[in-house]
Structure formats: C-alpha cells, structure tokens
Design a protein around this ligand. Sequence first.
Ligand SMILES: [Zn+2]
Length: 215
Amino acid sequence: MRLILIGPPGVGKGTQSALLVQRKGLVTLSSGEIFRREIDAQTDLGRLANRFISQGQLVPNEVTIEMMAKRIGQLDVMKAGFVLDGFPRTIPQAEALDELLSDMGKPLDKVVSISADDEIIVARLSGRIGCTKCGEIYHARNKPPKREGLCDKCDGPLFVRQDDRAEAIRARLQIFHEQTSPVIDYYGEKGLLQLVDGRQDPETVFKVIVGEIGA
Ligand SMILES: [Zn+2]
C-alpha cells in the first residue's frame, strides 16, 4: 500500500502512521525525518538543506523532492509500501511525486485526508504539556502527569508547549488550510482522495483508512 496522510496538526496523523507501520508493515516517510537523516549523515543534500534550515528558511522544493526521491527509491520502502506524512505540501511537490512514482511503476493507492473542526483541534492541543528532558507528551485533561510539573518517566520538568498555545495553534491551522487545500483538491481531481472524520476514535479511523470498514 502506498498512501499519503494529510491532516492538520493534532488530528491524529501520527497515531495512524504508527498503526500502519505496526499492523501493515508500511514504512513512514516524513519529510522532517528524512531531512534530519540527510543532515546527520552530512550528505551533499543534507548540507544543502541545512543551509536553509539554519537560516530559518524553507528548504526549496527541488531539494526536498530530491531527498524524498532518494528515500522512496530505496528498496525496503518500495517493497514494504509507505505512508507519506508532511509531504507533498505544494502542487509542484505533488506533481514531482506523481512523476517519480509513475517512473517507478508504483503509483499512489490513495490519499487520506483526516479532518476535524479547528476548534476541536485547538481544544485537543492546547492542553499539551511536554517533558523538557525526554520529550514525553502529557495532556492537562486526557493524560495528566502523576505529579504536577514533573515527568512520570524521567522526573524532568514539564512545560506547556509554546507552539501549542491556542493562538499559535490557530495560526498553524490557518497556514495548514491555505497550504494544503490546493493539494487536497489536486488529489480529489485524480480520484485518489479519501476523506476521514478525525473526530472518530483512532481504531475506527484506522479501519476506514485500510478499507476494513464493514468488511
Ligand atoms: Zn521525561
């Protein structure tokens, strides 16, 4: 199975990717992770990307596409199937991905758009608390730490994630909608789009994604 997961931050994409890896043996390809991999390995592409990232600039399309192409072309990914997360973000990226996959004779099976109302996402994310030491994520309501302000796992100090405060979340959602609605439309026109209601519980969302609903 080769698919793309599209959805706003906090809609549960990470959970679904993890389930697809665990239960369907897919490989997750996230652009952020691929960037880090190339940068850590100090490849030419990694150094190039890092020049933009270190200056707080967006990595240009061509560089991103070349990195994704390299990773997708690797054998384990092609055998296993993949789930793309965070890519493509723009029409040129989507077009380049189509070209790449059709050259390989491995077109996309579907593009899953998981959605939920902005206000639901704001409510979900704004209670998020992170550990400064180990990165464990808690939630003020859904998953509170046992002791206030301290990590259950490592005793590290907890903080309310800066980018998760309500205003910042609304700004991120705004950017997401502006950036990705053309990409969603693009796949809709190709007949690849599957819309999933992200308010459902993760197991139901998973069943919809893998087509096991009612089967
Ligand atoms: Zn911790």
